[in-house]
Design a protein around this ligand. Sequence first.
Ligand code: AAT
Length: 276
Amino acid sequence: MELWFTEKQTPELGITCKVKDVLHTEKSQYQQIAVLDTYQFGRLLALDGIIQTTICDEFVYHEMIAHVPLFTHPNPKRVLVIGGGDGGAIREVLKHKSVEAAYLAEIDGRVVEVSKQYLPEISCALDDPRCHVEIGDGIKFVQEHKGEFDVIIVDSTDPIGPAVGLFHQEFYRSLYDALSDNGLFVAQTESPFYNAGLISDIYRSISEVFPITRLYLAHVPTYPGGMWSFTIGSKSYDPIDVRIDVKGMDMCYYTPELHKAAFVLPEFVKNIIKGG
Ligand code: AAT
């Protein structure tokens, strides 16, 4: 018998992969968690039927969500990741020698535990002595820590359920307050093909709070549309004006040239954020 998994990326479109094995399923307090072993992408983590990460393509998203903001800040010491319970963003953050402490504020402790068990390649840095895992709502965590972080990474689920508030302007204001004087944040901001209205709203909201707002792109095969957006809000450093030294760091997607190229946008994406 053949087993197939489909994520309905929109009500009219899906991505389907042939499944070798169902490794884990459970209903946590917040969501349905599943780890599937697929033929095309290897092990895959799905939350409420939506692909969060896979062994084959996770490097694109995790390198791009972490290294673009971390190389924009000249000396990031304290970093916060909101969401990202699989640990992929933290693994990339800890490749930076300047980082003294990395906090993970993830609402669902079961995502962390399941990732440690089934996705060790991704979660491997969660036990690093510089990493501190805090289980709880990222919105509350940010409100309770003022001026503390040089970089904040919002590695959140789509704006559904507990993640809805992570896409609001009020949240961007608390990120501003939680950042140090020259701090910056990045958020994963969905698909330009399928979420244009949302991206436009997010971009406008962030630019009303931060003096510098920049959107960049990366290619994630398992996310809707393949083309994925990230948006940076920065107090002073401009991500397109940086000097980058990747010596001794092991990366598969990110390069200094690509850092700059990622901010070069197709006309239709420019139009989405125009006026923001
Ligand atoms: N590294 C890629 C994986 C993710 S997972 C996003 C995480 O955000 C989930 O584990 C979810 O439990 C957590 N989360 C959701 N809301 C909150 C909140 N309010 N506070 C803290 N954590 C939260 C991102 C995948 C992107 C998928 C794109 N389609």
